[in-house]
Structure formats: C-alpha cells, structure tokens
Design a protein around this ligand. Structure first.
Ligand code: SAM
Ligand code: SF4
Ligand code: SF4
Length: 339
C-alpha cells in the first residue's frame, strides 16, 4: 500500500518529511551544538534500551508513509554513523513501499568506512557538515581537533560510492565568516552544492546571541562581490534552502536562513529523537512520547491515530515568532533532535 492519506496541521501544512535521529552520541564536540564543557565524560547519554530499536523505527516509518503522507526520510543524530549496524536500518527503510527518498546528515568522519555499504543498502544522498577549510579554525569548532582532511576523505568516499553529496556549513560571526568565500570557491570547483546555514538558537547550551548570526543577505553579498550570483526557483514546495546560481553556469549554492528569513509557512517536517520522542518543531520545548505506546500493545491503527492527532494539533512557527519569543524558554538540544 502506498501513501494515500495526508495529514494537515492547524495551519494546513501537510506532513511530508520525517527526520530520524538514531543516536545522541557524537565523536565531535562542535561548539555550537555539543560544547565540550557540557557534553563531557560524565554526560548521561542514552543507554541502549532507551534507544528506539531498528524494528521500532521501521514500524513508525511504515505507518508514517502508509497512512500519514510522509515521503522523505532523513537519518541524523548526534552522529548517525556512531550507531552500530546503521546500514541495516537503511535497508529496512528502503524496503518500505512509498519511501521516495532516504538521505543522511553526517559529519563525514566515518564515511570512508561505511559509504559503500550505505549506498548498497539504499541510501541516496548525504549532507556532509564542514565549517572551514583551515585546520586551525575547524579543529576548534569541532572541539576535538579533527582535521579538514578527515572530512574531505569522507566526502570523496561518498562520491566514489555513488552517493549524491551536499555540503553544510554553519556560519557564525567571528567563528568562520572569513571562510565563506574560500569554501564557496573550493566546492564550486569540486562540483558539490554548498549550503550555508545561519547559526540558530537550537537548544540552550550554546549561549546563542542574535549578534552571532551572519545573515543570508551578507553571505550572498560576500560571494556575489567576487563571483556573481542570481536567484533560482525552489525545486519543490517546502525546500528550506534559498537557491542561487553562479551567473553563466549551472553551479549552485544554497542558504538556509532560519533566523533572518523564516520559512515556517511551508514547514512539513516532523522529528523523531533517538529516545522515541516526536517533535513537531526544531525549537520545540516539549515532545510527544511515542516509545511508550510503541512498547505497549497499540495496534498500527491506534498508532496512526496518535500520530495524526499530534500533527493535527501542530501550531509551531517558532522562527516567525522568534523576535517576540522568550529567549530563556527551554528548548530541545540539537544533538537530540538532529537538525
Ligand atoms: N552529526 C551530524 C552532522 O554534524 O552533520 C548530524 C547531526 S547535526 C546536529 C545536523 C546539522 O545541524 C549539522 O549540519 C550541523 O552543522 C547543524 N547544526 C548544529 N547546531 C547548529 C546550530 N546551532 N545552528 C545551525 N546549525 C547547527
Ligand atoms: Fe556532532 Fe553534528 Fe553536533 Fe557537530 S553538529 S557536535 S558533528 S552532532
Ligand atoms: Fe519548522 Fe519550527 Fe523551523 Fe518554523 S521554526 S521552519 S515550524 S522547524
């Protein structure tokens, strides 16, 4: 059975995209995501039995695709490749009829080991995060001194395995805005789409300040002064990145401007944490426990009703309300929800 039914939220937005975090652990300690001072050796990461099993994730995905209208799946984390036997999960999800696309967001460090297996299991696309081409800057950002080459090797391994590759760069003022142009040049040359992500106030541990945001307008201007850019229409409704093309070519970049230019009105994403909480917004304060009902004896129909009731009641539009929202509000951490 393929997807026939679509659920809509309070603002008439359909559910199309399910982002699944498979672990809260990571081998990096990016300052804007899992600062080492907080995510130290004693941090209480989830235990194995607290994580959703692959079978549980598969069941929820099947229900979401068959009965709720989900079409796209993205695997994330923490660092998703820290989850043992991940290709097995990809294979299970790939076997669900109606899944149109399976992608993953990763820091790339473990791709040399897993890229081929992931591709064979049905993964189509990877977004690989890299914030600088200079070891000095990147080592500080990732908090573990990981070299740029480690990630570049991951990017090459993914391309060689036949995965479609995009690069994600979080831009934070004073941290790596000097790397915007070098990164743009490098990845244009290499033939990968680079997407700049405005630094966001996800969670409460990164001490986000509006002044730290390097806005979309500035990013585009910085590049345009040297390599002329022109806007391109979105590929589909709900695409989060604004697209730009280098004039006179087909080479592109994207900018994800959650802070300076919100896109809540077309947001069709739900996020499932590794511990089985469902969040209807990246900036949610609270989620919905799906693991307990899953581990109880609810039928597929009952789970479908539970999930569609959650989506029907969704009123999230945090990025549109950010300027008036309380900055001290408790929010879920990025490493739990996966971006
Ligand atoms: N570990 C994987 C990675 O880094 O790609 C997947 C999880 S990570 C949480 C997903 C994405 O969120 C990454 O591209 C990361 O750079 C981005 N990210 C994390 N914290 C962020 C923040 N405060 N603002 C903007 N993007 C952020
Ligand atoms: Fe790990 Fe990704 Fe967060 Fe960096 S952004 S700490 S790689 S989960
Ligand atoms: Fe979607 Fe929430 Fe981001 Fe708005 S703030 S685009 S509702 S995740």
């Amino acid at each position: 059975m393929t997807s026939e039914k679509t659920v809509y939220d309070y603002f008439n937005r359909p559910l199309r995209d399910l982002r699944i975090s498979v672990t809260d652990k990571c081998n990096f300690r990016c300052t804007y995501c899992m600062p080492a001072e907080i995510f130290g050796p004693d941090y209480p990461f989830l235990k194995r039995d607290e994580l959703l099993s692959f079978e549980e994730i598969e069941r929820l995905t099947r229900i979401s695709v068959n009965s709720l209208g989900v079409k796209k799946i993205r695997i994330t984390g923490g660092e998703p490749l820290m989850r043992r036997s991940l290709p097995e999960l990809i294979e299970k999800l790939n076997n669900i009829k109606g899944v149109e696309d399976i992608a993953m967001t990763t820091n790339g460090s473990l791709l040399p080991k897993y890229a081929k297996e992931l591709k064979a299991a049905g993964l189509e696309r990877v977004s690989i995060s890299l914030d600088s081409l200079k070891d000095e800057i990147f080592g500080k950002i990732n908090g573990r001194g990981v070299t740029v080459k480690t990630v570049l090797d991951g990017i090459d391994a993914a391309s060689e395995a036949g995965l479609k590759v995009k690069i994600n760069m979080v831009v934070k003022r004073g941290m790596n805005d000097s790397e915007i142009l070098p990164m743009a040049r490098f990845f244009r040359e290499k033939g990968h789409i680079l997407r700049f992500i405005e630094y966001m106030d996800v969670g409460n541990t990164n001490e986000w300040k509006l002044d730290d945001v390097y806005p979309k307008k500035k990013i585009v201007e910085d590049i345009h002064q040297v390599m002329a850019l022109e806007p391109v229409d979105p590929n589909y409704t709900g695409e989060v990145a604004s697209r730009y093309r280098y004039v006179g070519s087909n080479d592109e970049i994207g900018v994800i401007s959650s802070v300076s230019d919100a896109f809540c009105s077309s947001c069709n994403r739900a996020r499932l944490s590794a511990s089985g909480m469902l969040y209807t917004c990246l900036f949610a304060s609270k989620g919905h426990d799906i693991k307990s009902p899953l581990r109880g004896n609810l039928t597929d129909d009952q789970l479908t009703t539970l999930l569609s009731d959650i989506w029907n009641g969704r009123r999230d539009r945090y990025s549109e309300e950010r300027s008036t929202a309380s900055t001290t509000r408790k929010k879920i951490e990025m490493s739990h929800i996966g971006g």
